[in-house]
Write a protein that binds this ligand. Structure first.
Ligand SMILES: [Zn+2]
Length: 308
């Protein structure tokens, strides 16, 4: 071990011990040293080889996020390595359950399963991350990095860099490969119904078949086609018009429930619904950006009432 490294080791220990006394509780916040250049330039931006005196960045990690495992794309997290639970890594979340990720090596896309996330280093050229080990269980995440606390010249809050652009400039019907080439969102043209929470395009007015449906949250619309949704488990649901095999649909971007798709209508007269989608009006914004508030009279139990 070279002398500077040795001295730095001692200095680092002192520094860590000093800060432990400031830490209220390891349950809520902790301090970590970040080694390596996989997250450069967010952490350790200097070239390690040329730097005469190597320095780790120190960062603050909050653990409140673990109560509900609520994360956003762009969050920098500490997690246990999926191959060695004793080893902790720091990477950025670039995709969450329901998001599609493009695997650059195979031109394939994978959907992030429930309870998992996709992590990548900011310095993709030298980072071992989800591109090699796949999506990781959210249960491996130990906290979210919020601030750089060392070195002094870079002390500050960490940016949550959104890894992809959500709003595409063009209004064509195109597959929008995001700036980092990962999330596939289909852009619709015309009068568009969008997710109330994240404004992801879901359906166009010209595909609207009927407005006379009802859901748990009030009015519901039947569409021939809905995009940018993922589906849940198949379920047999008893509705006013008989038993239907349906799957719930969720916005790919934010994961919120937006409606369902009819897979099988068991009554002959209801066959026209098969393969078609319901969007709950309460869950979407209309073509003019209008929201719909749940009216008292609309709160009907059961999933559907046909008035057609
Ligand atoms: Zn959404």
């Amino acid at each position: 071990m070279s002398t500077p490294n040795f001295l730095f080791g001692i200095a680092k220990k002192c520094f860590t011990v000093g800060l432990i006394s400031l830490t209220i509780s390891d349950r809520y916040v902790s301090l970590i040293a970040i080694r390596g250049s996989s997250m450069s330039p967010t952490f350790n931006p200097q070239d390690k080889i040329s730097a005469a005196f190597t320095m780790d960045d120190y960062a603050l990690v909050e653990k409140f996020c673990l109560e509900k495992y609520k994360f956003l794309p762009g969050d920098v997290v500490v997690f246990r390595s999926p191959s060695n639970h004793k080893q902790k890594n720091v990477k950025r979340i670039t995709a969450l359950p329901g998001d599609w990720v493009n695997i650059s090596s195979s031109y394939d896309a994978v959907m992030i399963p429930e309870g998992h996330c996709w992590v990548e280093g900011d310095n993709s050229a030298c980072s071992m991350d989800s591109r090699s080990f796949g999506p990781i269980p959210l249960g491996l995440v130990c906290g979210r990095v919020t601030h750089v606390v060392w070195p002094p010249n870079r002390v500050g809050k960490l940016d949550r860099k959104a890894p992809f652009s959500l709003i595409a400039a063009e209004e064509d019907f195109i597959i929008n490969i995001s700036s980092m080439g990962r999330l596939f969102l289909i852009n619709l043209e015309g009068r568009i119904y969008t997710c109330k929470h994240c404004q992801t395009h879901l359906a166009v007015y010209s595909d609207l078949i009927s407005k006379s449906f009802h859901s748990r949250t009030g009015k519901a619309y039947l569409f021939d086609k809905v995009v940018n949704v993922t589906t849940g488990e198949k379920e047999e649901r008893m509705m006013m018009t008989g038993v239907h095999t349906v799957v719930d649909t969720f916005c790919v971007r934010c994961g919120s429930l937006v409606g369902w798709r009819y897979d099988i209508a068991h009554e002959k007269s209801q066959k026209y619904k098969e393969g078609r989608f319901i969007l709950e009006r309460f869950k979407v914004l209309g073509p003019d950006g209008s929201a719909y508030s749940m009216g008292h009279e609309d709160q009907i139990s059961g999933s559907e009432v046909d008035e057609v």
